[in-house]
Design a protein around this ligand. Structure first.
Ligand SMILES: Cc1cc2nc3c(=O)[nH]c(=O)nc-3n(C[C@H](O)[C@H](O)[C@H](O)COP(=O)(O)OP(=O)(O)OC[C@H]3O[C@@H](n4cnc5c(N)ncnc54)[C@H](O)[C@@H]3O)c2cc1C
Length: 581
């Protein structure tokens, strides 16, 4: 007997369902979280099937390039273009001469995850116990997960000795460098996300994990007696849908909801109009988990990044690192509004500010203004990917396509050209134009910036005052004025600008999980058989972006825990399973 409850959940007795396929664990989504879940479940002896909505595997993970800036300054290391994973107390830290004790690390995690709740003297550091338990799980298991993935070559990982966390100077951070991991390739490059997916999917395939692409999961089968999720409906249409039984459980690893306009509009700050996520990130788990009464959290938070206005709502990459010293960000009123050397996630918060007096978002678009010197010194170099090919430097590569750069001999000319460019984007940003006196205000802002640069101290925004910011300085000329991240502008022109808007790498809100990756109800009880990991669930990171690689560090850790638990659940009902190593 099959009963329907809305379009997405079917209640039935598992023995009466005409299953098309039966496995122990179904993994929905083939990004990093999905492959980690699949590998862990297979390691636990489960028969695993990965179902991917799109024609190709990889999701946003396969789009990940990494940070990439201008040429290295004297004494600075080259900018990186790989994809990183951020993990506390990982097995290679010892070799770097660092230690990452649990109590210290948890303070750093909690301080940024829940800044308004953080209370260092409380046993849970001021966090609700459930939230704290997720941070504990990340600390306790992340290191084991990356060791296991490394041992399987899925992928092989190594530490980045020289990389600072995004909040290296917070007193809570007692291990400010070395937590980021990368994947070294034989040719000396750092692996991209696509190459990480290749390594994970190859290892999974060799272990016997099956994968089916072009197979969106759009329904759940729930045991009408126990309430446990026991399978999925998947396929492009109702006619071609197949029913796949999942004896141990279904792990959702379906990415965020960046490309679902309704969910974005309902939950994210309105200046965010798109993001870098792959097009499969449409929040499919939201409907399914809602139908089963899951608890939701973190829906208004996202992994944020500035992105080029001219590259549309789903660009290849983001402006992860704004290069140069004579460079600053101005809003539509011509005012400088942010420290331009903070990390991309933190900088994007400035785009979202509402002006309570003017009744508008004056930072919805920010003009990255730079001079001839920055233009000549700070472009992506041969070997660095430019922003239209996955890099993070918004300047075009020397000799490359530069339509997104606006150039004029004077600030007045630049204002007119920027305004004309904004008018072209009326559909996405209706009514967004520069203030009439933008050029005059910009000139005042430049004058103020020049004075601050000469004084060596940015009393307005504290640019260059942390190690993280100095590491992001991007080809400073010299420490002539005391602050290598700032230099007075060259007023002889030409003036150049690129236009930046707020975007996401992807969202990080969704159903809440427990430390085993189980999706929970508002009362904290688990929905048996339903798991989640990666960007599709309420991120254990809350508001935080701890360091480069945070999103993938969490995705592989909680994907693994979910896969492991689901395999265990299948194991308790099946005698024939053999662990696969
Ligand atoms: C340019 C760039 C650089 C980045 N660099 C880094 C970095 O260096 N380090 C880092 O940590 N993060 C980085 N990120 C972010 C990181 O890539 C993502 O946060 C991460 O890959 C998300 O992994 P995931 O497994 O949660 O989701 P995804 O990789 O997005 O996978 C989700 C998959 O689920 C599929 N899916 C969705 N719905 C369904 C359905 N109903 N049925 C079946 N399948 C479905 C999707 O098609 C997709 O393939 C970067 C991102 C970009 C774009």
């Amino acid at each position: 007997m099959i009963e329907h409850a809305g379009g997405h959940v079917v209640f039935a007795s598992p023995d009466e369902v005409p299953w098309d396929d039966e496995v122990d664990v179904v993994v929905v989504g083939s990004g990093a979280a999905g492959w980690s879940a699949a590998i862990a479940a297979r390691r636990g002896g489960a028969d695993v099937l990965v179902l991917e909505k799109l024609e190709q595997i990889g999701g946003t993970t396969a789009k990940a390039g990494g940070e990439c800036g201008g040429p290295p300054a004297p004494g600075e290391l080259p900018q990186r273009a790989g994809t990183w994973l951020w993990i506390c107390d990982h097995p290679w830290l010892d070799g770097l001469g660092h230690s990452d004790p649990r109590d210290d690390a948890l303070r750093y995690l909690a301080r940024l995850a829940r800044p308004t709740q953080y209370a260092p003297d409380s046993p849970t550091l001021g966090l609700p116990p459930d939230d704290y338990a997720l941070l504990e799980a990340f600390y306790d298991h992340g290191k084991r997960v990356v060791a296991e993935l490394d041992a399987l070559g899925a992928p092989r990982l190594r530490p980045l000795a020289d990389t600072w966390d995004y909040w290296a100077d917070l007193p809570e951070n007692q291990c400010p460098r070395g937590r980021a991991l990368y994947v070294p390739l034989p040719d000396g490059r750092e692996a991209t996300g696509a190459e990480i997916i290749e390594a994970m999917s190859t290892a999974a395939g060799e272990m016997g994990v099956r994968v089916r692409t072009s197979t969106p999961v759009h329904g759940l089968i729930v045991d009408s007696e126990s309430g446990a999720v026991v399978g999925v409906q998947a396929g492009r249409s109702a006619a071609s849908a197949s029913l796949v039984r999942a004896r141990g459980g279904v792990v959702f690893a379906t990415g965020g909801f960046t490309h679902n306009a309704a969910l974005r509009g309902a939950h994210l700050p309105s200046p965010i109009t798109g993001g870098l996520a792959a097009r499969g990130s449409t929040g499919d788990v939201v409907l399914l988990a809602s139908a089963l009464g899951a608890r939701f959290a973190n829906m208004a938070n996202a992994w944020l990044t500035p992105m080029l206005l001219d590259h549309g709502a789903e660009p290849v990459s983001g402006a992860f690192r704004l290069p140069g010293d004579s460079m600053m960000l101005l809003n539509r009123l011509g005012q400088r509004v942010v420290n331009e050397k903070v990390t991309y996630n933190e900088m994007t918060r400035a785009f979202l500010r509402w002006d309570e007096a003017l009744g508008e978002y004056p930072n919805r678009v920010l003009v990255m203004l730079f001079d001839r010197s920055v233009s000549e010194r700070c472009r992506a170099m041969p070997g660095d990917a430019p922003i239209d090919e996955g890099g993070g430097n918004p300047l075009a590569r020397a000799g490359g396509a530069d339509e997104h750069e606006i150039v004029a001999e004077t600030l007045t000319g630049l204002a007119a050209a920027i305004d004309a460019r904004l008018a072209r984007h009326h559909d996405r940003f209706p009514g967004l134009r520069l203030a009439d006196d933008w050029a005059e205000q910009a000139a005042l802002s430049v004058g103020r910036f020049d004075d601050l640069a000469r004084s060596g101290v940015d009393v307005d925004f504290h640019r260059g005052e942390s190690r993280t910011q100095r590491a992001r300085s991007g080809a400073p000329r010299s420490a002539e004025f005391g602050n290598p991240t700032m230099h007075p502008f060259d007023h002889s022109g030409p003036w150049r600008a690129v236009l930046l808007v707020a975007g996401t790498l992807d969202t990080k809100g969704g159903p809440v999980i427990d430390p085993d990756g189980r999706i929970v109800r508002p009362d904290g009880t688990a929905i048996a058989g339903m798991y989640g990991a990666g960007n599709c669930v309420a991120s254990p990171s809350g508001e935080a972006y701890w360091g480069g690689g945070t999103t993938l560090g969490l995705a592989v850790t909680f994907g693994w825990l979910a896969g492991e638990h689901a395999a265990g659940r299948a194991g308790s009902g099946s005698a024939s399973r053999t662990p696969v190593g």
